[in-house]
Design a protein around this ligand. Structure first.
Ligand SMILES: Cc1ncc(COP(=O)(O)O)c(C=O)c1O
Length: 429
């Protein structure tokens, strides 16, 4: 059994001076069964990470999406180091900014222009502001998670600290339900419809086309939040995969293999508003290190077969999880959620067991197999059939224990570690 002495020591130290310790909620120690997970990483290699106690895990989290080509990727490192030796943030922009902007406009179907920021939430917020400025309207219809800014988090269950006046301006709509969307478009003067184009098991046939048509029919701007789907399902994101171009798109996470950069892109007339007083500007938006990393990353993503590989491994996992749900007759508590390239297990409670009880058994078991993941997986170029098999063996064992717990209606003798205790309320990831 792994020992986490150094991780535990660091965690206790950090908790005294930094709330929750992990700076991203979903990487918090609270998302893992306590006693079985490391908190601090020492280094990564391909699809493996090594913690500060020297334990090795197959990383199916990929830093929650950013690591698209793999940790410590030589060509990305080389590009970054070359630029580190010149400058990172400078008093003028770098040539890399021109190259990256041209590249984004070349590979992203809807991108006539692009502007770079840092986090996914910066990009979605910029897109929403551009849409509001263009339409002269305030109301936003949203579907998914779009970051920590007031306009979006205010419409979630995690809205503490967001003024009521702001909360009223964003309304949630239901994925894959066109009636719900049209009702809300009819009832409100909507500036923008923003959604994660790939949720649950993906869009129903024609759904994204119909969303676009309805959005335009009611005079609103369509924004795809491709912070997750971008660079994961296809080079051009969900808009390429489903052949539906939005008016604006937000990218983040997978753009630069872990280096911080995000982007808002789309129609020229919308983006040009930035030259006419719509404010989209950050100190680090032009950081050249992340741009060097992004160009090197995209070069790898562009290689023929890159996404075929991701989809092949993803399909093995996706189908393998479903087979095991069927094998242990667990369809009422577990579901495969997502499409092969990025997917996971959704948990429900049963009898006296809560969904977190069920998830805790899963977490504890897969960690013992050396698999780092909390519920969803991301893949990078280095995951192969070998890692997929270990993941599915771990999943098989976890599901057999969940079956046992449900049959006994108890975790006694099954859950040895502490329970998973998420930071986010459940309506968002
Ligand atoms: C779909 C989606 N949009 C936006 C965001 C916000 O990105 P960031 O955390 O980089 O601000 C996230 C983050 O998880 C996301 O999943």
């Amino acid at each position: 059994m792994n020992s986490f002495t150094k991780s535990d020591e660091l965690l206790q130290r950090e908790l005294k001076v930094s709330p929750l310790a992990a700076q991203t909620y979903s990487k918090s120690y609270r998302y893992f069964s306590k006693g079985f997970a490391p908190s601090y990483m020492d280094h990564g290699e391909g699809c493996y990470i090594y913690d500060v106690d020297g334990n090795k895990f197959i990383d199916f989290m990929c830093a929650l999406g950013p690591i698209t080509v793999g940790y410590n990727e030589p060509s990305v490192n080389e590009a970054v180091i070359k630029q580190v030796n010149k400058f990172s943030s400078g008093s003028l922009q770098s040539e890399l900014e021109v190259e990256l902007a041209e590249k984004i406009c070349e590979i992203i179907p809807c991108a006539e222009m692009v502007r770079f920021v840092k986090n996914g939430g910066d990009a979605t917020t910029a897109a929403v502001r551009l849409a509001r400025a263009y339409t002269g309207r305030d109301i936003i219809l949203m579907c998914g998670y779009h970051g920590m800014h007031d306009w979006s988090i205010g419409a979630s269950d995690n809205h503490k600290g967001v003024p009521e006046a702001v909360r009223k301006l964003t309304i949630n709509f239901t994925y894959n339900d066109l009636n719900d969307l049209e009702t809300k478009l009819k009832e409100n003067e909507v500036a923008a419809v923003i959604l994660e184009p790939i949720q649950s098991n993906g869009p129903k046939d024609g759904y994204l086309d119909a969303v676009k048509e309805l959005t335009h029919k009611y005079g609103a701007i369509l924004i795809f939040d491709e912070v997750v789907s971008g660079f994961h399902y296809a080079l051009g994101g969900a808009q390429e995969k489903f052949n539906v171009a939005p008016d604006l798109v937000a990218f983040g996470k997978g753009m630069a293999n872990g280096y911080p950069i995000s982007a808002v892109a789309g129609r020229r007339d919308l983006l040009e508003q930035i030259e006419q007083g719509v404010f989209v500007s950050t100190t680090f938006g032009g950081d050249s290190i992340a741009m060097a990393a992004s160009l090197a990353t995209i070069k790898i993503l562009e290689q023929p077969g890159f996404y075929d590989h991701i989809n092949k491994i993803g399909t093995i996992l996706h189908d393998g999880i479903q087979e095991r749900i069927d094998k242990y007759d667990l369809n009422d508590v577990l579901a495969v959620s997502g499409m092969p390239a990025h997917c996971g297990v959704a948990f429900e409670g049963h009898g006296s067991l809560s969904y977190l009880d069920v998830q805790s058994v899963y977490s504890q078991t897969i960690l013992q197999y050396g698999v780092l993941q909390f519920a969803i997986y991301f893949l990078n170029a280095h995951h192969t059939e070998k890692e997929a098999k270990i993941y599915l063996d771990a999943t098989d064992e976890a599901f057999s224990l969940i079956r046992k717990a449900i049959d006994k209606d108890s975790l006694d003798g099954i859950l040895v570690g502490g329970k998973v205790d998420p930071v986010f309320k459940r309506n968002i990831k």
